[in-house]
Design a protein around this ligand. Structure first.
Ligand code: NAP
Length: 542
């Protein structure tokens, strides 16, 4: 990149990217193509992001695979030649894909692994960032692009007596690759998407699985299947159209538009629709069925009752079925996609422990002691306790903007941002994909990741052409965007549910659902307008 006032010695690279998951990898490819010099830092030992860290048994994708990868925009050859084996591929396959994506495009040399960025400080006099790592390296860049993902900081609770426990204890996003549960007694704490994937797999080889549940999830059947020649042919023939449909879909999935408000159908037809999507599986019941599930409590309760009925139809023990039946509104937190989860509770070696009724008291040498005095004898405790989502990966880094202001302090107090990409007072920083106020939580990942990637590289190219040294979003534009999002969210049922979406899972965290909820197409429209002259930004020439 050639901004005239950049003295050769001023910057080491044009852009520093944080993270080598889908987002970081996409950005590296596009930035390099456009002639920017770039370095990425990755805390893991390899690429993959979420697919590197989450190696727990049963981990698999829950988005439709036709759009849970890179489109031809990243690399046509990769899109045309990689053959996925299943509708919802497992973690090893996702991880291999990302490794191949990086190696086949020669991006690996741009990434420094096993290295955590500890701080990033904006130099107001020279309009550059100094990015410091835990290996002691300090790099100066014109732009700083955190691409850390929404779910990168594990939520690791500690329990009384943990030191006495003689078994193994892991958070599910920090498990050893060679973990073997055959013949062992396992406790899985948590009942979100991660636990829901682990339990049925664990049940098939572990001696006993205790699932410790605080709140029941709204699990939907995956209906996973292997992809055959016809599936490949269909994806290959329609690749472009599938991606277009995903970009035009509110949640970035290749689904047709939802069918309309629930009350516009009589109860028999409502039932048929729910059955149809229950049988198709995946997230279709959430996003391709009725349009008012998040805004109409009565409509929501119809689906909730349907789920309860399904659970009672699968789980033989009525008490267990009742405990597994969710009481919170459907879709006000992320529904897990399950593969034999409810069936697992019909096995003798799986027990559901309701820890809201009978909480964990402490860990003891041989297991977990509950408040009523019962002890669960276990060899392994898996903490499927989720993440400090959206902001956790950012607030862990000491990011300082104009006047030494701390981004961590900013996000502790408010989730304000512009587009989920820019924060006023943090010039030349572009948060990719998962910044608060982006639609990341409600979108298929790669659909939004590519759009964000394109928006950011186009912005940098535009700035380069005009020799702009500093770009900082105006506070008024940020406040307007944030306020509008908050008003739309307030009209939904989402704030009524405690979850990682609303920040309620982390003690002391500010509550809120900082998400653009009007859908991917509306968001892409906002992005297009925002890039028309970048009028909401203060631009300082070199
Ligand atoms: P999660 O949805 O936040 O679930 C965490 C679970 O741990 C909840 O059941 C929570 O109970 C429980 N918990 C948290 N702290 C606890 C404590 N101190 N004591 C007891 N229980 C505790 O986390 P997750 O399951 O890891 O999923 C997070 C997100 O990751 C998902 O929503 C999804 O977006 C993504 N994910 C995707 C896939 C996939 O299929 N591709 C798989 C896994 C995860 P409460 O609900 O009562 O707080």
């Amino acid at each position: 990149m050639t901004t005239p006032s950049d003295e050769a010695s001023d910057i080491d690279v044009d852009v520093v990217v944080l993270g080598a998951g889908f987002t970081g990898v996409y950005l590296l490819k596009r930035l390099r193509e456009l002639g920017f010099t770039v370095r990425a830092f990755e805390a893991g030992s390899d690429v993959g992001g979420t697919w590197y860290w989450n190696r727990y048994p049963g981990a698999r994708c829950d988005s439709e695979i036709s759009v849970y990868n890179f489109s031809e925009r990243f690399n046509p050859e990769l899109a045309q030649t990689w053959k996925w084996s299943e509708r919802f591929p497992s973690q090893p396959e996702m991880y291999s894909y990302l490794r191949h994506a990086v190696d086949s495009t020669g991006l690996r040399d741009l990434i420094t692994f096993d290295t955590r960025v500890t701080s990033a400080v904006f130099d107001e006099h020279r309009d550059l960032w100094t990015v410091t790592t835990d290996s002691g390296e300090a790099l100066r860049s014109r732009y700083f692009v955190p691409a850390v993902g929404p779910l990168s900081k594990p939520n690791i609770p500690s329990f009384d007596g943990q030191d006495q426990f003689t078994g193994e204890i892991y958070h599910t996003a920090r498990m050893p690759a060679d973990f073997d549960m055959a013949g062992r007694r396992l406790a899985v704490i948590g009942s979100g998407a991660t636990a829901v994937q682990i339990v049925p797999i664990a049940a098939s080889s572990a001696q006993h699985v205790y699932q410790l549940q605080r709140t029941a999830s709204h699990c939907l059947p995956g209906r996973n299947h292997r992809l055959d020649a016809d599936d490949y042919a269909e994806i290959a023939e329609n690749r472009g159209a599938i991606w277009t449909r995903a970009r035009e879909n509110p949640v970035g999935q290749p689904y047709a538009e939802s069918l309309g408000e629930l009350a516009t159908f009589d109860s028999e037809r409502q039932r048929e629709i729910m059955e149809m999507f229950w049988n198709i599986g995946g997230l279709t019941l959430c996003f391709a069925s009725f349009s008012d599930l998040l805004t109409n409590a009565d409509a929501n309760r119809v689906v909730l009752d349907f789920l309860g009925e399904k659970i009672r139809g699968i789980v033989r023990d009525p008490d267990t079925a009742e405990k597994l039946t969710p009481k919170t509104f459907f879709l006000t937190k992320r529904p897990p996609i399950e593969h034999g989860y409810y069936e697992a509770f019909n096995r003798d070696n799986v027990s559901l422990i309701d820890i809201r009724e009978n909480p964990i008291d402490s860990l003891v040498p041989n297991g977990i002691k509950l408040l009523n005095g019962d002890v669960l004898d276990v060899d392994v405790v898996l903490l499927a306790t989720g993440f400090d989502a959206l902001t956790g990966g950012l607030t862990d880094i000491d990011i300082r903007g104009v006047g030494g202001e701390s981004l961590a302090d900013h996000f502790r107090e408010r989730y304000d941002s512009y587009l989920g990409i820019s924060v006023s007072g943090y010039p030349n920083m572009f948060i990719a994909y998962s910044g608060p106020q982006s639609p990341a939580v409600l979108s298929n990942g790669p659909t939004l990741i590519e759009e964000h990637g394109e928006w950011i590289v186009n912005a940098l190219t535009w700035l380069r052409e005009r020799q702009i040294a500093r770009v900082d979003v105006r506070l008024a534009a940020q406040e307007k965007f944030t306020q509008h999002n908050a008003e739309v969210v307030a009209a939904t049922l989402i704030p009524q549910t405690d979850s990682w979406w609303t920040g309620a899972n982390i003690e002391g965290k500010k509550r809120g659902f900082p998400t653009f909820t009007e859908g991917v197409p509306a968001y892409l429209d906002v992005l297009r307008k925002a890039s028309d002259g970048y009028q909401d930004y203060d631009l300082t020439p070199s």
